[in-house]
Design a protein around this ligand. Sequence first.
Ligand code: 6PG
Length: 247
Amino acid sequence: MSADRARPMPTVQILATADAAAREAAETLARWIRRDKTERAVVHVALAGGSTPRQAYRELAGMIDDWSGVHLWLGDDRYVPPDAPEANIAMVRAALATPSGIAEAQIHPVPIDADVAGSARHYGEMIAAALPAAPGGAPMFDIVVLGMGEDGHVASLFPESEALVTRDGVCVAVSDAPKPPAERVSLTLGVINAARRRLILTTGDVKADALANGLAAIDPRFPVSLVRDQHTTVIADRAAAALIDAD
Ligand code: 6PG
């Protein structure tokens, strides 16, 4: 790891293949959820979208017998109908929510209101009403799952974007995402970092540059570098970890 990083590193686990990384992520999430369920009646999990976590969610669905008390949220979603093929909630339902048999009342999609700003406000109000507050006052998820884009974005917080630096509010509306679709609702960085723990799952050689830069130093050109290190676990395959500084 690069020596010039002025802060502790997240836990980084490198697996030989994307399948192995998906299995490790599923097992890690199952372990965290089981442990959280022994400590709290309700466990709130914010899930990543995109394509990388799909296999991990499919495996996670069968790893927990009792999903009672576990509430699934989205770390971000596209501002599209919930049954649209590019909707993150559609992927989460198909890969995890439906196969796990979790009750509908425990699944919390982003509401698609009249406009994306309204949806962001509405979702933020839902989250704030349902979750306990972290010491700094932000709603506190038990677990936030993140993917990472080739540019180092997490959730829908893109490099050097206004959304990335939005400090107030629980969710932020994005209308100029460089990764289509342009309109999205995302947790703010503050809420992501207020969670008890985070898991970042990233695979594939196209992610290698962003992951290496994201772990090397705090740099808004690579939003993943702004994710709090403490209580964060990065799970990557060898391809995505190929440029990480070994020492
Ligand atoms: C989204 C995701 C986004 C995703 C990354 C990686 O809505 O697109 O939430 O943050 O995690 O773009 O996407 P892939 O896993 O498809 O590479």
